[in-house]
Design a protein around this ligand. Structure first.
Ligand SMILES: Cc1cc2nc3c(=O)[nH]c(=O)nc-3n(C[C@H](O)[C@H](O)[C@H](O)COP(=O)(O)OP(=O)(O)OC[C@H]3O[C@@H](n4cnc5c(N)ncnc54)[C@H](O)[C@@H]3O)c2cc1C
Length: 465
């Protein structure tokens, strides 16, 4: 069988498929095809003198047991972000204000006006919605928390976390936990109190309950370690140009620049959403159109390394979210060297600024120098920085993070149904990656693992008894 794409999802799929086939049949023939010269996909770590810059994910939320299992296979142990990760900021009217969970401290932070605070406090009396209809994140937040909280708190959170637009994203698709909490507790504030009491690790309105983690040396260590120890065949520099059905239970994969296609009975697509859509165009054109219709706007990551003066002026913590229309073009900033001390030299501060996304898609294709200038100017204005950065590094992802917009659940169901129609006891097509049910790194790993395992089971059903 074949796996297309060597990001975390494809690597997890290939490991799962290999282990499942080996356990069921005693032998496994799995090949992973990655188009680039190295594996990792979005998880790439650049070492630049004394700075270590994550060009994709800063870390992952440690809520999936699979991450420990993958780390063990890669010979790694995760590292937790420092306690600074708990201090989060929201930029409003040119000031970075710490977001506090204690009600009085929150009120004093002046993120919301007195009227906005009163409306927020009335949330427990807003009747919960019981149907399962679609609703935008903004509509949900305005209905429960009031429109000021939706605009000032929730919209920046959505653009900072998923580079998304709260008015376009579907709450049940993008943040299903919020719908569950509304249903279970009748109120988000009651849910936050209950989760605070039980110490639930499933996350909630008070923020992510799972700790942020990475690996020694950065996020790329995980895909690199999984590739180094891979028990399956791994081919890098092998971009798949097309997939075509080649008779019952057989698929023909054309690899760019190679005359001879590769044949496989089961294929796991673990490329980014637009690339997987292009590959499905031959065998499943309607599903390919559905997958291609999931917006995947570009994002630029600007790494800025500062000296001691800036390190003193920027308040320590995770970083800050920036509301749209508040002045800065940047979506937010993360203080990577506060989170993981090995990301910058002693006394220095590595800041990662994000630009682009659904609300400003053109930004991601600006020239790198303009992006670095914008990011630094935004920080310089916010924190009165005088000195220029010692490091400027820009990475542009033309298709960064899939957006689960209104109607996503129906679209995802149609894609799943079309994929299921290709399956028989002799294999079929399977979709991994982060296009359908979770945009985060650990979710892409879980989806990949499950897709690889299911693909292997389709080839080697368990023998009864
Ligand atoms: C800027 C940014 C910041 C992020 N921050 C976070 C974060 O802090 N925390 C978090 O949890 N998540 C974060 N994410 C999301 C996270 O990076 C992704 O969920 C995850 O990396 C997706 O992994 P994947 O394997 O599904 O896809 P990818 O990492 O995109 O890998 C897909 C692979 O497929 C290959 N490929 C594509 N087409 C072909 C083809 N035709 N043939 C062969 N190979 C092909 C690509 O080269 C690539 O290696 C961030 C994403 C971005 C872009």
């Amino acid at each position: 069988m074949a796996v297309i794409g060597g990001g975390i999802s494809g690597l997890a799929a290939a490991w799962a498929a290999h282990e499942e086939l080996a356990a069921r049949t005693g032998e496994a023939d799995v090949v992973l095809l990655e188009g680039e010269p190295t594996v990792g996909g979005k998880a790439r770590t650049r070492r630049l003198d004394e700075w270590t810059l994550e060009t994709g994910p800063t870390g992952f939320l440690d809520a999936e047991p699979l991450m420990d299992e993958l780390a063990a296979r890669a010979g790694l142990e995760k590292v937790r972000a420092s306690g600074a990760a708990r201090r989060r900021f929201l930029v409003r009217r040119g000031v970075a204000r710490q977001v506090r969970t204690h009600p009085l401290a929150f009120a004093l932070s002046r993120v919301l006006s007195p009227a906005g605070l009163l409306r927020l406090a009335a949330e427990p009396w807003v009747p919960p919605r019981r149907d399962d209809d679609d609703e935008s994140v903004w509509d949900f937040a305005a209905r429960r928390l009031g429109s000021e909280a939706a605009e000032r708190l929730v919209a920046p959170m959505v653009s900072g976390v998923s580079a998304g637009d709260a008015r376009a994203l579907s709450l049940p698709a993008a943040f299903p936990r919020m719908r569950e909490l509304e249903r279970e507790h009748g109120s988000l504030l009651r849910a936050a109190r209950a989760l605070g009491r039980t110490g639930s690790a499933r996350g909630g309105p008070g923020g992510p309950a799972a700790p942020l983690c990475s690996f020694p040396g950065g996020m790329e260590a995980l895909p690199a370690g999984l590739a180094r120890r891979a028990p399956f065949r791994l081919r890098t520099g092998a971009p798949v140009a097309s997939i075509a059905a080649a008779g019952p239970g057989s698929w023909r994969l054309a690899i760019a620049g190679e005359a001879e296609p590769l044949r496989a009975e089961a294929v796991v697509l673990a490329a980014d959403a637009p690339s997987s859509a292009a590959l499905l165009a031959g065998p499943l054109p309607a599903a390919a159109l559905d997958l291609a219709a999931i917006p995947c706007p570009g994002v630029a990551v600007v790494g800025l390394g500062y000296g001691a003066e800036a390190a003193r002026r920027i308040p320590p913590g995770f970083g800050g979210l920036i509301g749209r229309g508040d002045g800065p073009r940047s979506l937010g900033y993360a203080l990577d060297s506060h989170l993981f001390a090995d990301r910058g030299p002693r006394g220095g501060l590595l800041v990662r600024v994000l630009l682009g996304g659904a609300t400003d898609p053109q930004a991601a294709s600006l020239p790198p120098e303009a992006l670095a200038e914008t990011a630094h100017a935004d920080l310089a204005r916010l924190f009165a920085l005088d000195a220029p950065p010692l490091l400027r590094e820009v990475v542009r992802w033309p298709a960064a993070i899939p957006q689960y917009e209104l109607g996503h659940r129906e679209r995802a169901a149609r894609i799943e149904k079309a994929l299921a129609s290709t399956r028989s006891p002799a294999g079929g097509l399977f979709l991994a990656g982060n296009a359908l049910d979770g945009i985060a790194f650990a979710r892409a790993a879980v989806r990949g693992w499950n897709a690889g395992r299911d693909a292997a089971r389709s080839l080697a059903p368990a023998t009864p008894g």
